[in-house]
Design a binder for this molecule. Structure first.
Ligand SMILES: [Zn+2]
Length: 456
C-alpha cells in the first residue's frame, strides 16, 4: 500500500481490492450480480461516500470512479480526479449524456455513413491555437479517444493499483480490454458503438489452448467490422479503428499508416497526410524515437519465448513511448481502407498520455519514482488553453506540474505563467521545469507516503 484507501461497501459487506482479487466469500459473483441490478458500491475514502462503477472484464472485476465525479473522492483515494474544468472534459456537457441504462451517449461531430462517392468534410483534428473554451455540442475523434481513456482511468498512474501497463505488450492484455469495456457501454444515438468500432490488438498471450480460440474470435470481429463497411445501395458506412500506430509513411498517392495487430494498411490522400503531420508533431517525434527500438523488441520477444526474460526487461526500461491512433475509415471501390479523419495521442510506455517529448521524460521519471499522478487530457481544446501538464496526487495537496517547453509561441507561455500565478494566488502548489534553462528537471515534491512505501 502507498497510503491509498481501498475499502468499499456493497449493502452490508465491506471489502477491499485484495478481497476481489482473492474472490473472498464469492465476492466477484456478488459484484457481477450487483452490476446487473445496477447497484453501485460505495468508496469509503470519506463521507459522504461516493459511488463507484463495477466493471467486468472476462473473469476479472474492477471498480472505477464515476467519470467527472472524481473530485468527490478524497485526494489520497485512487478514484480522486480534479473537477472536469481542469481538463478538456469540461467542454462537452451537451455532447456527452449518460442514459438511464448506464450507456454513455455521444453526439459525434462526424457522420457514421455518407452518400456514396461523397467525402466526409474534414477539419483540423486539433485546434492549433485559440483559447476557445465554449461548450461543444458535438465531440470529434480525438475527444472521443480522450474520453474513453479518462473513463477507463488510463489517464492516471498509481503504483498501488497499476500492476498492469508496464510495457508494450500490455496494450493487448490490459489497455485494449479496458477500452473495450468502455466501448461496450458507449452509444452513438440509437447505435451501439460496438457495431462501428474495432480495437486493433493481437490475441492475448496465453499458454493454454484457448489462444487459438481467441485468435479465431479476433479474426471474426475483424471480418464483421469489414462486412459492415460494405456499401449498402446509396449509403457508404464508415467505421472507427483504435490502435497502436506502428508507422506513418509516404505512399504513391498519399500516405500509409500501419497499425499494430491490424493486417490491413490504412490509406490516406496527400492532404490528409499533411494534416496529420501538421497537427501531431509530438506523435510524429515519438514514432521517430520508436523506430530504432523495434528490432530489439522482436529479438527480446523471441528470447522470452525461449525462457530468457533478460532482453525484454532491457527493452522495457528504454522503450520510448507509444502513439495511439483513432481513425474514421471507409472502404474504397477497390476494397482498401481509406482514412477520412484521424486523431493521434502520444503516451508514455505505461500508456499515460503526453503532449510533448518533455512530458514524456517527466512521465517516465514519475513512474520510476513510484509516484501517483494524472494527466489532464486536452480533448479538442485549442493548444493555447493552459491545462496543468500533470497533477501529482500523492502529496498533502494537489501539486500542478508545469513544463515550459514551447518556445515558439510566446502568447502561450504568457498565458501559462498567468495561470500559474492564479494557482499560486489560490494557494495551489506548483512544480515547474523550463527545459531551455535547465536540461534536468528539479526534484519532484516529496510524496506524503514516501515512508510507508519504503516499508512495502
Ligand atoms: Zn474514494
Amino acid at each position: 500500500m502507498t497510503g491509498s484507501i481501498h475499502s468499499y461497501r456493497l449493502g452490508s459487506i465491506d471489502f477491499t481490492l485484495q478481497d476481489i482479487k482473492t474472490d473472498k466469500d464469492g465476492l466477484r459473483a456478488r459484484l457481477i450480480k450487483a452490476k446487473e441490478d445496477q447497484r453501485y458500491p460505495l468508496c469509503l475514502c470519506h463521507t459522504p461516500y461516493p459511488s463507484v462503477v463495477i466493471v467486468q472484464a472476462g473473469q476479472d472485476v474492477h471498480l472505477r470512479g464515476f467519470p467527472n465525479l472524481g473530485h468527490l473522492h478524497k485526494l489520497n483515494c485512487d478514484h480522486y480526479r480534479p473537477d472536469p474544468s481542469k481538463s478538456g472534459a469540461g467542454q462537452y456537457e451537451k455532447a456527452i449524456q449518460i442514459k438511464p441504462n448506464g450507456y454513455v451517449d455521444y453526439k459525434l461531430s462526424f457522420p457514421l455513413s455518407i452518400k456514396v462517392g461523397e467525402s466526409a468534410s474534414e477539419d483540423e483534428p486539433r485546434a492549433r491555437s485559440g483559447t476557445d473554451t465554449k461548450k461543444r455540442g458535438v465531440i470529434g475523434l480525438l475527444g472521443l479517444l480522450h474520453d474513453w481513456w479518462a473513463r477507463a482511468e488510463l489517464d492516471h498512474y498509481s503504483p498501488a493499483l497499476v500492476i498492469r501497463r508496464q510495457w508494450d505488450l500490455d496494450w493487448d492484455n490490459d489497455v485494449a480490454p479496458a477500452l473495450a469495456q468502455e466501448i461496450a457501454t458507449t452509444a452513438f444515438g440509437s447505435r451501439s458503438a460496438e457495431q462501428v468500432v474495432y480495437i486493433a490488438h493481437r490475441p492475448r498471450k496465453s499458454k493454454s489452448t484457448i489462444s487459438d480460440d481467441q485468435s479465431r474470435e479476433k479474426e471474426n470481429l475483424w471480418a464483421l467490422f469489414r462486412n459492415r463497411l460494405a456499401t449498402k445501395s446509396e449509403e457508404q458506412p464508415q467505421g472507427i479503428i483504435v490502435g497502436r500506430v506502428d508507422s506513418i509513411n509516404d505512399a504513391r498517392f498519399g500516405g500509409r499508416i500501419k497499425v499494430v495487430g491490424l493486417k490491413d494498411n490504412l490509406w490516406l490522400d496527400t492532404s490528409g497526410l499533411n494534416r496529420i503531420r501538421r497537427s501531431f508533431p509530438t506523435e510524429i517525434a515519438v514514432l521517430d524515437r520508436l523506430a530504432p527500438h523495434k528490432p530489439d523488441l522482436l529479438n527480446a520477444i523471441n528470447a522470452l519465448s525461449k525462457g530468457d526474460p533478460k532482453p525484454i526487461n532491457q527493452v522495457k526500461a528504454s522503450w520510448p513511448g507509444e502513439v495511439i491512433g483513432i481513425f474514421l475509415v471507409k472502404e474504397t471501390a477497390k476494397g482498401l481502407l481509406q482514412i477520412q479523419r484521424a486523431g493521434l495521442m502520444a503516451t508514455s510506455r505505461n500508456f499515460i498520455p503526453v503532449d510533448s517529448t518533455y512530458e514524456l521524460e517527466v512521465a517516465h521519471a514519475l513512474v520510476s519514482e513510484k509516484r501517483r499522478f494524472m494527466k489532464p487530457l486536452r480533448y479538442e481544446a485549442g493548444t493555447s488553453i493552459p491545462f496543468a501538464d500533470f497533477i501529482l496526487l500523492d502529496t498533502p495537496h494537489e501539486v500542478y506540474m508545469e513544463i515550459y517547453g514551447i518556445t515558439d509561441d510566446m502568447g502561450y507561455e504568457a498565458r501559462k505563467r498567468e495561470k500559474r500565478n492564479e494557482y499560486k494566488a489560490a494557494g495551489v502548489e506548483c512544480w515547474e521545469w523550463t527545459p531551455s534553462e535547465s536540461k534536468t528537471w528539479p526534484p519532484f515534491p516529496p510524496s506524503k507516503w514516501a515512508k510507508q512505501s519504503e516499508i512495502c
